[in-house]
Design a protein. Structure first.
Length: 653
């Protein structure tokens, strides 16, 4: 009962006098996180972004061509443009204040609400400049309008002086801000020359019509940094220039970069894009709206992904490629490096920091603008487009296999509890300089085991011809013991469990007989790696051994030939004319003495290996070849044989 009376007394003590009304810019100083996301280094640089965005809005609107940003000692940042200049005449509602003072001291004030002054802009809420003012211990503003220079100084959001007429300025126009962030808010955090310079470069790329002059006190540039003390940034190629510089010499699946721009009448704006698909590169997508970075993406990014997916599927349908039906947006953007910049009127963002675009119209106009243009670009270069399509389909099928795969648990290099199949392992536990030979049958396996270097060379005999994974079902693949043993021996897993760093051997060497059956087995193994473990081929771990087919002897001299043509050439060139040359043909690796197998095929100092490669530029051709020769449709193989029958020569009957 006493507790109840105590609670009632506390309630009666809470009255109208306890209700605070924060006026002017006091809410910003009390809760800066609501306006710039916090008080850390990233929030500090948000002040610079607000000033630069305002200058960019003038440039995008066509009223400014030059922006200057400078950083000086004392954490002094200056941003200047040659635009129209902020109005300085008395405001109709606050007649004792100029429009400039209203903008800098009143939240939600500015010229970007109606869309009459700025068609598209990054500043939308009327809080950017006032927030900078509120969180600066000193802010100096200069406005040049109608050939007159005006000045006013502020401290922590409050004017220190009236608006001052500083005299004629016949050769100057625009707005200049100089600010020093408030140490009471940001502590010891200081502007970073590196971050500011990158911000300027990004803005210059986003709008081709602007030049941004950068300057910085050399003492503020970190030692060893490539940040210049002075630079003029201007990129006529826009996003295409930016992407090309970012990628450097990285190999691309499709060249050149797909880039362009288009007007958006429905949204009273425009769109610009640049895209490159990398071979084994890291994906990156940078999106912007009205020059504002949107690191969390949003509706314009959703429209972009939809345009790529529908455009590629449309192209595939026109080419009669039904395999593309399983492709998703993630398959297309898996190694896509792209930049997308959208300009629209009255965009809606998530929060004042504007990290995500939420305007529903943005998705619609982005997809509509890019889908047809993407299809036309693909149709304009069918060879490159087929290569891209094959790559994307390959990723999609690989994703499906990973989802369905239920491989045996990996064995690490240090935990060899059970050797899979008939594997004879090497003694070295680290992967460095080790290799595993995949051989055909126990007989060849026996010779290889005797010929190997026990420290670095492992041997895994396989029973006959393995399963053709290009024509077998997933269930058959999962149940095949030979392939399960092979996967377990490699140690890197398959599907979603694949980890390249768990591969137990540096080289995987396919070593089969130098005859038709051996070539068939090698083809089946290469198909397995291409379809199920393509990462090993891309990383350069798969090789073909080159065992000889013939041994040619004359006296004490012996040489080896790989095939009939080399045999005939060596008979004429490697021995004395007129003397008899003994020619013996190896029936297979199992019939080859271990010493000869080692000398010709397994000794790293003497042997020849062929690296198995799938060239990115031939991706479509490779996929088509594998499907034709190893796939489920025998008519494709029959057609392949028919087309090349004339080049096979006459058969002896």
């Amino acid at each position: 009962m006493n507790d109840l009376f105590e609670q009632s007394a506390q309630t009666s003590a809470y009255s109208a006098k306890d209700i605070e009304v924060l006026e002017g810019l006091e809410p910003v100083r009390r809760r800066p996180g609501m306006y710039i996301g916090g008080t850390d280094e990233a929030a500090l640089h948000h002040l610079a972004a607000e000033l630069l965005d305002n200058a960019m809005d003038e440039a995008v609107a066509g009223h400014a061509t030059m922006i200057e940003m400078s950083l000086a000692q004392g954490n002094l940042l200056a941003v200047r443009d040659n635009g129209r200049g902020i109005p300085v005449d008395p405001h109709p509602k606050f007649k004792d204040k100029s429009a400039l003072e209203v903008i800098l001291t009143t939240l939600h004030s500015g010229g970007k609400f109606s869309g009459k002054i700025y068609n598209t802009s990054g500043g939308l809420h009327g809080v950017g400049s006032s927030v900078v003012n509120a969180l600066s211990e000193r802010l100096e503003v200069e406005v040049a309008r109608d050939r007159v220079l005006w000045k006013q100084d502020y401290a922590r959001g409050k004017p220190l002086t009236k608006l001052i007429n500083a005299g004629p300025a016949p050769n100057r126009r625009g707005t200049l801000f100089r600010c020093v962030p408030d140490r009471e808010i940001f502590g010891d955090h200081a502007f970073s020359a590196k971050l500011l310079y990158r911000m300027c470069r990004s803005k210059a790329y986003l709008f081709r019509g602007v030049r941004i002059r950068w300057s910085c006190d050399p003492a503020l540039i970190p030692a060893g940094s490539d940040i210049p003390a002075q630079a003029e940034l201007h990129f006529p190629g826009g996003l295409a220039d930016s992407l090309a510089e970012e990628l450097g010499a990285a190999p691309s699946l499709v060249a050149p970069v797909w880039a362009g721009e288009a007007d958006l009448p429905e949204a009273a704006g425009r769109i610009e894009w640049a895209c490159a698909w990398l071979d084994n590169g890291d994906a990156s997508l940078a999106t912007y709206c009205n020059t504002i970075p949107t690191p969390l993406g949003g509706t314009h990014e959703a429209g972009f992904r939809a345009a790529l997916l529908k455009g590629l599927r449309g192209f595939a349908e026109a080419r009669g490629n039904k395999r593309a039906s399983v492709v998703t947006g993630d398959d297309i953007t898996g190694t896509l490096a792209a930049k997308l910049s959208l300009f629209i009127r009255d965009p809606h963002f998530q929060g004042q920091t504007k990290e995500k675009l939420t305007s529903p119209l943005a998705q619609k106009v982005t997809e509509a603008a890019l889908r047809d243009r993407f299809e036309h670009w693909l149709a304009g270069d069918p060879a490159s487009a087929d290569n891209l399509l094959a790559y994307v389909v390959e990723r999609a099928e690989e994703r499906i296999r990973r989802r369905e795969a239920k491989d045996t648990p990996r064995k690490s290099a240090t935990r060899r509890l059970r050797l899979p199949g008939k594997l004879t392992d090497c003694s070295r536990e680290s992967r460095e300089d080790t290799e595993i030979f995949l051989v055909e049958g126990d007989s060849a396996g026996g010779s290889a085991k005797q010929a190997r270097n026990r420290e670095t060379q492992a041997v895994l005999p396989l029973r006959g011809k393995i399963l053709n994974v290009a024509s077998a079902s997933t269930e058959k693949l999962r149940q095949n013991q030979e392939l399960k043993d092979l996967i377990e021996a490699l140690g890197c897993g398959v599907g979603e469990r694949f980890r390249l760093d768990q591969l137990r051997y540096g080289r995987i060497i396919i070593m089969t007989d130098a005859d038709v059956d051996g070539a068939h087995i090698a083809s089946l193994l290469m198909t397995f790696f291409y379809r199920e473990l393509p990462e090993l081929i891309r990383a350069g771990h798969v090789f073909l051994a080159q065992p000889p087919l013939f041994r040619l002897t004359q006296g004490g001299k012996s040489v080896y030939a790989m095939d009939d043509a080399e045999r005939d050439r060596l008979v004429k060139s490697a021995f004395k004319t007129g003397a008899k040359v003994e020619i013996s043909r190896f029936k297979g690796l199992g019939e080859m003495p271990p010493a000869i197998l080692k000398d010709t095929t397994m000794d790293p100092a003497k042997r020849t290996l062929l690296r198995v490669m799938a060239l990115p530029e031939n991706r479509a051709e490779t996929a088509e070849m594998v499907e034709s020769l190893m796939g489920r449709k025998p008519e494709l193989r029959f057609r392949f044989i028919q087309d090349r029958a004339a080049s096979a020569g006459e058969l002896d009957v």
